[in-house]
Design a protein around this ligand. Structure first.
Ligand SMILES: NC(=O)c1ccc[n+]([C@@H]2O[C@H](COP(=O)([O-])OP(=O)(O)OC[C@H]3O[C@@H](n4cnc5c(N)ncnc54)[C@H](O)[C@@H]3O)[C@@H](O)[C@H]2O)c1
Length: 381
């Protein structure tokens, strides 16, 4: 079998996660890695056994043997890199949030259509087996009509003003930080699961640290490193540390969620609860194999992931037997599996988030910003 050759762009947290998990597929090989500097690319390539290391995306785009690219760089690079890759005819898998604004997202969607390339935005959190089961439960009517959605995406890695990451600089990140970084996942998830769009929202955003201490050197994502005086400079912050959104979903359901990167002790608590006219469900990414099902007139259930007990459409997203954990890495692998199935064969149905989903996410983020600025409800077309 001829393997599909791909390239990883970005050598940080996501570059590593993508490289490790795309290799689990069997039909894909990583031909090249692109770093921000020749040394970082070379080091990554040496550690992971990737043949080509470069600091120039163009080297990858000019390589006719490379069919696909993974864009795992800071947000500001997503649009120019994805657009260049699309125009070079490559299949593109871009990290979220897809772009810096709606206009860029529209241009990317149009370009991908015009060049007819396979395209994906990495909303991997949809692909935990339990999440897939919840989707099928809702589709099969187990919950009844959806009435209420609520939850949070809470982390603590930016609690101190000495915590630093490129996301704190809006020039690299975009105007919304916590909403863009993790709120984008929450909104994508709730719409994906219920099959309904957010139709109106009212947002409030808070920046607790008006300035932060930017290190004079570079800091890895999630490193938790504490800076010493002399190692940093004061940096004004113009993106939010915390956000909350009330929302309307479809024509009936109501909901609310919070997002935070300053909630001490919450490492990666992505939680949602969905309540319908018959029953409710709850899921928390920190315990991804557990599904809570709530009932009114009988005891509640806690189900441990077991594909043999799931709807067949959900079972296909579990690759291990019941009780054997499938977590964050696996969610990425599931997206890659479906993305590359389509790269290999264009007749395979699209079963992964596309640039259209990325555009929809950017529209919602723009509405969050608009609502927070005017301190009121906004409609979403
Ligand atoms: N889907 C998810 O669950 C998830 C999780 C974390 C991050 N992300 C997204 O992934 C992206 C990267 O985030 P991260 O946490 O990996 O950041 P990171 O800082 O750990 O890594 C970013 C990497 O990009 C490299 N880079 C910067 N400019 C570059 C350029 N011009 N060419 C090549 N490489 C360049 C940096 O050197 C760094 O190695 C972000 O858009 C983020 O929102 C997604």
């Amino acid at each position: 079998m001829q393997k599909i050759r791909t390239a990883i762009v970005g050598t940080g947290f996501m570059g590593k996660v993508h490289a490790e998990n795309v290799r689990r597929l069997g039909n894909v090989e990583i031909a090249a890695v692109v770093g921000s500097r020749p040394e970082t690319a070379r080091k990554f390539a040496e550690n992971t056994g990737i043949p080509i290391a470069t600091d120039k995306l163009q080297d990858v785009l000019d390589n006719r043997e490379i069919a696909a690219v993974h864009i795992c760089t800071p947000n500001v690079d997503h649009f120019p890199m994805s657009l260049a890759a699309v125009n070079a005819g490559k299949a593109v898998l871009c990290e979220k949030p897809m772009t810096m604004d709606v206009e860029q997202a529209r241009r990317l969607v149009d370009a991908a259509k015009a060049r007819d390339v396979v395209n994906c935005v990495q909303h991997n959190l949809r692909y935990y087996p339990v999440v897939q089961q919840i989707r099928q439960m809702i589709a099969h009517g187990d919950l009844g009509d959806i009435l209420i959605v609520q939850g949070t995406y809470s982390q603590d890695w930016l609690l101190y003003d000495t915590d630093w990451n490129w996301r704190l600089d809006s020039k690299s990140n975009g105007k919304l930080r916590v909403m863009g970084d993790i709120g984008s996942h929450w909104m994508d998830m709730i719409q994906y699961l219920t099959g309904s769009n957010i139709t109106a929202l009212c947002a409030d955003l808070a920046t607790f640290h008006k300035t932060r201490k930017r290190p004079k050197g570079s800091v890895e994502t999630f490193s938790g490193k504490k800076l010493q005086p002399g190692e940093y400079e004061e940096f004004p912050i113009d993106t939010e540390d915390f956000g909350m959104v009330m929302l309307r979903l479809g024509d009936r359901a109501r909901g609310a969620f919070t997002v935070s990167q300053m909630s001490a002790g919450r490492k990666n608590k992505f939680e949602f609860e969905i309540f319908g006219t018959k029953s409710g469900v709850s899921w928390n990414q920190e315990t991804p194999d557990l599904l809570w099902i709530g009932h009114r007139n009988e005891p509640n259930q806690i189900v441990v992931k077991d594909a043999s007990l799931f709807y067949p459409q959900a079972a296909g997203f579990a690759d291990l037997p019941g009780g054997h954990s499938e977590g964050y890495d696996d969610s990425h692998k599931q997206v890659f599996k479906h993305f590359y199935a389509r790269v290999a064969d264009r007749s395979v149905p699209i079963d992964y988030p596309t640039f259209e989903d990325g555009l929809h996410g950017m529209i919602l983020l723009a509405k969050v910003a608009e609502s927070a600025a005017k301190r009121g409800w906004v409609e979403v077309d």
